[in-house]
Unconditional design. Structure first.
Length: 295
């Protein structure tokens, strides 16, 4: 099933993100974790690609397993900046063979090695190029990323919004945001992106912070603003692992409910291969998910 068809439904939905193993020895445990999440029957699951494409060989295998074994639509990530056109074309061919029809088109992180090279020699410089190539390569449903708090490489938000619009014009069917901890930032972003004529579905990304050590990493990865309410939560419960986990799940659930209550019907959770976290959030929303409150 194509994700755009899920997003165009009126029912509330929740999706989860998982990532492939960094080494072969942990492959089975990662597959087990992803299957536990799939057994919750979320709207769809996305499978990341890995920095520099290092774990990419497992991405499509995990995505196919979830799709075939649990009938859960999957979204396979594909990055391009560290790849040649030949490699990308090979990945596209593999996705077609595996029946994967949803692709998240990303530039990918610039590795230290790549930053030392001449950008003019790169086959891909921007995700827009990958989006256009996927659009021409088959009947894919294409997702792309957006940053409510501005992409770290953008000069300002206006330039960033214009670039997002270019990705949509190149063929992106929907957008998913980087993790957001303050819903007001997402609502403000939605107003601005709609104002410039971008009308595709936009899915807010929520990351449950279940241990204090995740905070610094989340800020480093996304540059996300941490509201005082969230900082107080971490300060108070951060030294108690069980309490922090419960508080983090409650905070993420509260964010999701607020998004639903303000007209957002689809939310994506960066679940970090944690079935217990995914199950807890699904249970917290059990009487909300799958319902149309606009009847």
């Amino acid at each position: 099933m194509k994700i755009i068809d899920i997003l165009n439904q009126r029912n509330m939905s929740l999706s989860f993100e998982v990532f492939p193993p960094k080494k072969e020895s942990t492959f089975e445990s990662v597959v087990e974790a992803t299957e536990e999440i799939a057994a919750c029957h979320p709207a769809f699951m996305s499978v990341t690609y890995g920095a520099g494409g290092g774990t990419s060989k497992y991405t499509m295998e995990i995505a196919k397993n979830i799709k075939d074994k649990y009938d859960v639509p999957t979204l396979a990530h594909l990055t391009c900046v560290s790849s040649s056109k030949e490699t990308v074309h090979e990945k596209i061919r593999e996705m077609k063979e595996m029946g994967i029809e949803n692709v998240m088109a990303l530039r990918g992180d610039l590795t230290p090695e790549l930053e030392k090279t001449d950008p003019s020699k790169w086959d891909y410089k921007h995700a827009t190029e990958l989006v256009a190539e996927l659009k021409q390569s088959g009947d894919f449903c294409i997702g792309a990323a957006c940053y409510p708090e501005v992409h770290p490489d953008s000069i300002n938000q206006k330039d960033d919004l214009d670039y997002i619009k270019e990705k949509v014009e190149a063929g992106a069917d929907f957008l998913t945001t980087q993790m957001v901890f303050d819903n007001n930032l997402f609502f403000n972003f939605m107003y601005k992106i709609r104002e410039i004529g971008v009308t595709v579905p936009i899915i807010p990304g929520i990351m449950p912070i279940t241990n204090a050590s995740q905070v610094a990493r989340a800020i480093k990865l996304s540059g996300s603003f941490m509201p005082q309410r969230f900082k107080s939560l971490v300060d108070y419960f951060g030294n108690d692992p069980d309490a922090m986990k419960q508080a983090g799940i409650a905070y993420a659930t509260d964010q999701i409910i607020d998004l639903y209550a303000n007209g957002i019907t689809n939310v994506h959770v960066y679940s970090m291969n944690k079935p217990d976290v995914a199950k807890s959030i699904m249970n917290n929303l059990s009487d909300i998910l799958g319902k149309d409150f606009n009847r």
